[in-house]
Design a protein. Sequence first.
Length: 543
Amino acid sequence: MSYITRPATPFLDQRPGTSGLRKRVDVFQQPGYLDNFVQALFDVLPDAGGKTLVVGGDGRYFNRVAIQIILRMAAAKGYARVLVGRDGILSTPALSAVIRRRGASGGIVLSASHNPGGADGDFGIKYNIANGGPAPEAVTEAIYRRSRDISMIHAVEAADLPLDSLGTHHLLHTRIEIIDPVADYAEVLRGLFDFDAIRGLFQRGFRLRLDTMWAVGGPYARTLLEGELGAPPGTVVHGQSLEDFGGLHPDPNPANAIDLIEHLRAPDAPDMGAATDGDADRNMIVGRNFVVSPSDSLAVLAAHATRIPGYKAGLAGVARSMPTSTAIDRVARKLGIACYETPTGWKYFGNLLDAGKVTLCGEESYGTGSDHIREKDGLWAVLFWLNLIAVTGESVESLVRSLWREHGRCVYSRHDYEGIPTDQADALMRDLRSSLPRWKGQVLAGEPVIIADDFSYTDPTDGSTSERQGVRIVLQGGSRVVFRLSGTGTQGATLRIYLEHHEPDPARHDLPAQEALAPLVAVAEHVARVKHWTGMSAPSVMT
Ligand code: VG1
Ligand code: CO
């Protein structure tokens, strides 16, 4: 075994987006593409002597190839120890848990999360720092800058390591440990929830259907729910991790988890349904014939948190991404705690969590989490709901309806326009931004516009700022339309339009969301000329 150095030519498109670098698999398969990005990462990190790195992924196509490349490069970087999930598997929340519990200096997640997998799908890579959370923008930008002038790749020359059984190997001076991908994570969850209460729920015949969408959540859910919590076998469906996620789109929303929605609509529906995404950090919660909006889910969890052992001391504060509904703000006001509004992406929650300013946080995109790790966590959310149902005896639907009764309903929807030519999407945003001064004070949908701006965020802990994080049109009554371009897609651009309307009147809580939001859809079209710029007459996906 020896060190080798190879010349490299930069790829100029390696700027990480909302959550790491995501590209089509064939882009990652270009010789040197992954190596360059990893070298850029290692070049910006300090010396690795004596340090531990964690590596794992969601098991999608190219995961195993990527891990072998990374291990050979990590050895050249000089890590003392690299921890790898067996079979190269670590869900995003599990990786975060391993980093924190084992005192690692960071970790590499191989995942394109909710993006489709397989040879024709997407691949991705993300770096997490010592707190277990996604690297902040300053780090990802430094990696990008470095990637543009990479000239050398450093690796060791060695054969592939067997990843399929627990054990220890050496690559020159680096100790490679193949670890159980579930153990550390399971231990963290055991410390938060009342497992006896959840066990009792299943003993009383409670039925859950958890759809892990052929993705990495399966092994975690089976071990904990069917193994430890006594849920009957068959509770976890689509539980085998497949490299192509069965050809489906592992995004837990009503459009992609249609099979789950149908089961929860059936006459013999289970009591609760849930789904997790490609890397198991997202969750969708469904009651009998009742889909829970992610923003409402976050608010329900916050409202009842003190009934859960891990949160019985109360919440320090909460945080949501800007486009996420204000349901959580209303709960926070009642609890007398702070509610922070951050840009989209989990990386912005890390500092708030580290500083002890917030305990729970979430996003409208089916992401919820807490200070137990530094990533959103799909199975955590499912256990939180189960624990809540076990101690309150209420159903999913009644928990959400109580929230609405108390605070009004934040009717919410996201409209995505996918696959727009990038220059047209950019033109739409440019045009919209330049029109902003025009809207303030005008009456739209019968109400004056009180805010028309481009969201910018100053981190209260380190003062770093992030600008141009989404255009907001806010009406006097609090209704909002938000526009931003996705930072996780790999083909063309995706325009996301977020719509929120607060409805205090319980008699109107059952109006279909799209109907209640129609006036705001008209506002969106009026201010952004969506049809003109996208050439599309309707969104590709509405969630
Ligand atoms: C999307 C979501 C965002 C989420 C991100 C990563 O980003 O909107 O809320 O944090 O995906 O989630 P964007 O830029 O496409 O809107 V995951 O589970 O795909 O890592
Ligand atoms: Co994900």
